[in-house]
Design a protein around this ligand. Structure first.
Ligand code: GLU
Length: 487
């Protein structure tokens, strides 16, 4: 690539960091890192009505959680700042003056009532839709008069009335639009703020952006943008419009389908490496079969020619599978740390005091194989944090057993457990398998009763490892209690 790669993630701070937006950020970041280029983070806060307070903070939090650091932007600065559009208003106003002077833009004095009328007329006629260009050809006198009397003014771009505009999109290939179908859109609003169309073109030029990777929804606006570059006499960047992300039912991904914010996924117990891997595969693939990639591998492999044209489906089952995989690849120490920081952010309901690290490291082998998310650990181990194990006495009695045989089995097991010297899972298992044999019951029957007695769960972490973690005293006490309860 001859030109320095400079790409940007340019969200509008209008709420939670949506998975779609963050997927765009990831693609830009991977592309920049692959080429040793720069990743710029720019805040597009010119639509004052849509701003949501706190959005910039949560966007930063989401990027940092995923390990996406930016080379220029909020907090880190850079040579092309400021990186908030609301602090660049002079630049847009100057740009507009330039366009008006060169005849590429004009002031429009139409009231909102008049525009509404135009719209309703057009809706009936079913032809061209958009501004009817009434103020485009005003005489100097008319203009002068309106300048002093009009309530509001905006500045509009003079779209060419004929010809076509063609983009050579990296993902979509050549796409051609007829200019006459595009209306004279607004560049500068009556409040002095620019529209997205103007602001991002001015910024992308001044920030020397080489490639624009953005959502496909912007493709229809490309004739507006390319004509604007032409009017300024600037060379446009290259464009890659990224495929849309759909829910499994192929409708637009929304709250109705579950979480849509990346931070919600964090709080549901997903690891950042799963989220990163999963989101990268929404619209990019190496070979249609490889699913698991480390971030480093993605940096090495990520090229734009592998972005897919078809829509991507957001499949949470796949995300769960991936997260389970990444949980199991963590060392016990690393998973303990992940659990501890997760619990600090999202305190478990049934564990009052978060245990210390040493203890959590001992708990990890009990739960690791059974977890899809970090949330899954709590219900598997919460019994360890209660004074009394909770269950109904009948639950001690396994299929094919009765109260009497269950009690007898537990008594024999208890004698064995009490006499055991080293209280570790292997000798425990050996002992209790032999006990089941002596009693002439199935191992599963005896273990089922012991599992209920010690954990209160039907499906629990591995029994003998659990007993080892519980320790002899507590194990003995809970088996004794079970025998008592059986009368
Ligand atoms: N602010 C726009 C958005 O959030 C940015 C689109 C672009 O990347 O140009 O959709």
């Amino acid at each position: 690539m001859e030109k320095e790669v400079r790409v940007r993630f340019a969200p509008s701070p209008t709420g939670d960091p949506h998975v779609g937006g963050i997927r765009t950020a990831i693609f830009n970041w991977l592309f920049a890192r692959h080429h040793g280029g720069r990743f710029i983070f720019r805040i597009e806060d010119t639509d004052q009505a849509r701003l949501v307070e706190g959005s910039v903070g949560v966007l930063q939090e989401a990027l940092r959680w995923l390990g996406i650091e930016w080379d220029e932007g909020p907090e880190v600065g850079g040579d092309y700042g400021p990186y908030f559009q609301s602090q660049r208003l002079d630049l847009y106003q100057d740009a507009v003056k330039q366009l008006v002077a060169s005849g590429h833009a004009y002031r429009c004095y139409c009231t909102s009532e008049r525009l509404a009328e135009v719209r309703s007329r057009q809706a009936k006629a079913k032809g061209f839709t958009g501004y009817d260009r009434r103020c485009r050809d005003l005489s100097d006198e008319e203009r002068l008069e309106l300048e002093s009397s009009a309530e509001t003014t905006v500045v509009r771009f003079s779209m060419p009335l004929d010809g076509t505009t063609t983009v050579n999109d990296i993902v979509r290939g050549e796409v051609t639009f007829e200019n006459k179908l595009v209306d004279d859109y607004v560049l500068l609003k009556s409040d002095g703020f620019p529209t997205y169309h103007l602001a991002h073109v001015v910024d992308d030029h001044h920030m020397k952006i080489s490639h624009v990777l953005r959502a496909e929804e912007w493709l229809p606006s490309i004739p507006r943008h390319l004509q604007l570059y032409e009017a300024f006499g600037w060379e446009p960047p290259q464009f890659a419009h990224l495929p849309i992300i759909l829910a499994p039912d192929r409708s637009k991904l929304s709250k109705r389908h579950g979480a849509t914010s990346v931070l919600e996924y964090r709080d549901l117990g997903y690891l950042p490496q799963s989220m990163f891997n999963f989101l990268t595969l929404l619209g990019w693939s190496l070979d249609d079969k490889t699913e698991l990639f480390t971030v480093q591998e993605l940096v090495e492999q990520f090229t734009l020619d592998r972005i897919t044209k078809s829509s991507a489906i957001f499949n949470t089952e796949k995300l769960d599978w991936m997260n389970g995989h990444y949980i199991r690849t963590l060392t016990d120490d690393a998973l303990a740390d992940a659990l501890l920081s997760f619990w600090r952010e999202c305190p478990p309901e049934t564990i009052e005091i978060i245990p210390d690290r040493e203890y959590v490291i001992r708990l990890v082998p009990l739960v690791k194989e059974r977890m899809k998310t970090l949330r899954d650990a709590e219900p598997l181990i919460s019994f360890l944090f209660k004074d009394e194990v909770e269950y109904e006495s009948e639950e001690l009695v396994q299929k094919g057993m009765d109260t009497e045989s269950t009690r007898h089995g537990l008594e024999v097991a208890l004698t064995g457990i009490e006499s055991l010297g080293s209280f570790e899972s292997e000798p425990l298992e050996e002992l209790l398998r032999a006990t089941a044999g002596d009693l002439n019951v199935k191992a599963g029957q005896l273990f089922g009763s012991l599992r209920m007695a010690t954990t209160g769960l039907r499906v629990a972490p591995p029994l003998f490892q659990t007993m080892e973690v519980m320790g002899k005293e507590r194990t003995v006490a809970s088996v004794r209690k079970a025998i008592e309860r059986l009368g």
